[in-house]
Design a protein around this ligand. Structure first.
Ligand code: ADP
Ligand code: TMP
Ligand code: MG
Length: 207
């Protein structure tokens, strides 16, 4: 009987180095001769969608997929040892049973994504994966106001975001109309739209 796969979760706010850590692990696995399927989400159009790209431009090739069904199909197309998923929050809660199935078939899985929304709420499916993973790497970013550990991120005015490092960024006056837990193209963004914040300086809330 095949051994079950191992679930690793890399979770945190934006800018916490989740994508860099996923890339590091994928590179190591590749050197070790592991057959890896690297998955990005096609909603993430910040850079070439056929890559996973970090905020400072590090990248590796990836297969861009738009939903869980496509992911299941791609993972079943070859005999992969490891499936590594970037931006897992974009696949939504249906990703949980799909990953369970891969694990039960002996495939190792790395699930990487945001565990908190821009208004400070748990962002499924990451919390569910964290509950049952063999390994959870919980990362923090650097608060752009005080430099302490940031577990949150918030949307900002685009002009102020450009000077986020000075601590002058503030919550966006034109709040998005789509709920933070929804998967929506209007939420996609980087340093132009979000800043990392510690618990003290996070003001984007409704908690
Ligand atoms: P994530 O995927 O978690 O959003 P990335 O792996 O793409 O993060 O990028 C992490 C990199 O972002 C860091 O190594 C650093 O160079 C850069 N960075 C920019 N702003 C911040 C910040 N506020 N805190 C930490 N790193 C930041
Ligand atoms: P990152 O984790 O690599 O920084 O990318 C997170 C992506 O998710 C980015 O495109 C912005 C988007 N996003 C949401 O869709 N909803 C949210 O609540 C937050 C904070 C980010
Ligand atoms: Mg990332």
């Amino acid at each position: 009987m095949t051994d079950a796969g191992r679930l690793t979760v890399i979770a945190g706010p934006m800018f916490s180095g989740k994508s860099e850590e996923l890339m590091r692990r994928v590179r190591r696995a590749t050197i070790a001769g592991v057959e890896v399927l690297v998955v990005s989400h096609s909603l993430d159009t910040r850079s070439d969608i056929s890559t996973i790209t970090s905020h400072i431009g590090m990248n590796i090739p990836a297969v861009p997929l738009g939903d869980v069904e496509s992911l299941v199909e791609a993972a079943g197309a070859e005999d992969y040892d490891l499936v590594a998923i970037d931006e897992a929050q974009f696949f939504g809660p249906d990703l949980v049973p799909a990953v369970d199935d891969l694990l039960s078939r002996g495939v190792d899985v790395i699930v990487e994504g945001l565990c908190v929304t821009f208004d400070g709420a748990p962002f499924e499916p990451l919390p569910s994966f964290m509950a049952v993973a063999e390994e959870v790497l919980r990362l923090t970013a650097v608060c752009t106001v005080c430099g302490r550990d940031a577990v949150f991120h918030q949307r900002v005015d685009r002009t102020e975001a450009r000077v986020a490092g000075t601590g002058t960024a503030s919550a966006d006056s034109e709040r998005p109309t789509v709920a933070a837990t929804e998967i929506d193209a209007s939420h996609v963004g980087g340093l132009d739209s979000y800043v990392a914040r510690c618990r003290k300086h996070f003001t984007g809330v409704a908690r």
